[in-house]
Design a protein around this ligand. Sequence first.
Ligand code: SF4
Length: 309
Amino acid sequence: MNVIDLTPRGYCHGVLNALAMVKKVIRTESYPRPIYILGQIVHNEKITKAFKEYGVISLDQKGITRLELIEQIDKGTVIFTAHGISKQVIERAKEKGLTCLNATCRDVLKVHKAVESKLSEGYEIIYIGHRNHPEPEAILALDPKIYFVQDEKDALRLPNELSDKKVFVTNQTTLSLYDIESVLKIIESKFPNYLFDNEICSATTVRQQAVMKQEPVDLMLVVGDRLSSNSNKLAFVGSFYQKIESKLISGVEDIDLNWLKDIQSVSVTSGASTPTSVTEEVIQFLKQYNKNDPKTWDHQSHLDILDIL
Ligand code: SF4
């Protein structure tokens, strides 16, 4: 089997910074206990489990906002995740007397600043992102009048009255370079004078470009969490644009051996929040796999949870 290791892959600077912050709090006894993370520090279940081993509590409930989650904490230290956080949540945490640390990625902060600046200049803001993701949640808290668009249908519903106003369009950092275009085309047809600031971050961009530039393969495996926006987009770019059978897996244990039976080549990439050790285990498994030798079929993970960090 020809195994192609796509690069770049693995942690981006925002994830590295967020993980370093949590590790520092674990090591430093002067930070009040318990240690909470509001959400998952980065979208990777294995990392969340590893931090749990050190007593870190990640509060993450589907459909519950950060502002609601903060009410569940009465003492200790709270770390805000790489995806960004609203001022309202920070203020509430301080009112509650919590020690606060903010791991928001600098690329996400840049979008906050761009939106705040354009709001102060009187622009109407259209923000393209994923519903129920923490990054849009923090942006939309900047002003209730921000228009949120996830797809073409939302774009078509934008009020026509905006055509008389100054319109600023920007986006979530981890979207696909390629599918944002269809939404932008609709926005352009409705508000031709719109101003667009593409905020897809460099880490997301270069990983997607590597997927687009790869030689044809029979299968692409994206190692990443099902909640990770940039990992999902890598699989989407592979399957939709490159027409490569693409699977999102959280680790070697998710590989279905049936996928490998009749193929000659497989490429591997990973999301920006996937531990390198998890991706390496996938690559090593694929390299030694032989469809005729059952001894090479064991695809249980042998990583110690603490090795993940
Ligand atoms: S994927 Fe991009 S925006 Fe998200 S943490 Fe990494 S660098 Fe920051």
